[in-house]
Design a protein around this ligand. Structure first.
Ligand code: GRF
Length: 200
């Protein structure tokens, strides 16, 4: 299962995938939209093809996404994994990868779509929080849920300590979901994401 991972930053989720994916999952390419993304170094250290497509080189979202699609498709992926990829995708790109694009979001969706999720959970006084892996659809952070991981919110938590604990869960969750997809045990159909019964 040929996987392309898209990143924007440190790539700790990418690293978790590099460390924990089993065959048939195989990361064949990493693409960053920012030249300084440390995740590019992680890919290089792991001997994985990597490149930067700087969104600042493009005058429109559509032009960037067209170029991004061409670069992604050059790897002929079975799955595209967004790992801290901080871009809003155009409908064209989303529909092009329908059913084979995953994202990780640092909240228990459908709560806290968008940004600053840890701050918002703290302000709401939530006692639990977490991360969600979902299929990417036209709705931002709204696609069918694949799997969620939960953490307790501690009374002395701040956004940084909470984010750190959520990231530990993320780094377990994403390899699990991607391995399921690679093993053909995760389907995306009209009703949403389906997991083969024997996994439950
Ligand atoms: C992760 O916390 C993820 O939930 C969010 O952005 C962060 C990316 O971190 N989408 P990294 O680049 O994978 O370290």
């Amino acid at each position: 299962c040929r996987i392309v991972v898209l990143i924007s930053g440190s790539g700790s989720n990418l690293q978790a995938l590099i460390d924990q994916l089993d065959t048939p999952a195989d990361i064949v390419g990493v693409i960053a939209n920012r030249p300084q993304a440390y995740g590019l170094q992680r890919a290089a250290a792991a001997g994985i093809a990597n490149e930067c497509l700087d969104h600042q080189d493009y005058t429109s979202r559509e032009a960037f996404d067209q170029a991004l699609m061409a670069r992604i498709d050059a790897y002929q992926p079975d799955l595209v994994v967004l790992a801290g990829f901080m871009r809003i995708l155009t409908p064209e790109l989303v529909s092009h990868y329908r059913g084979r694009m995953l994202n990780i979001h640092p909240s228990l969706l459908p709560r806290y779509k968008g940004l600053h999720t840890h701050q918002r959970a703290l302000e709401a006084g939530d006692v639990e929080h977490g991360a969600t892996i979902h299929f990417v659809t036209q709705e931002l952070d709204g696609g069918p849920l694949v799997v969620q991981g939960r953490v307790s919110v501690l009374t002395n938590d701040n956004p940084e300590t909470l984010a750190a604990r959520v990231q530990l869960v993320e780094h377990q969750l994403y390899p699990l979901a991607v391995n399921w997809f690679a093993q053909g045990r995760l389907r995306f159909d009209a009703e949403g994401a389906r997991l083969d019964e024997e996994l439950i």
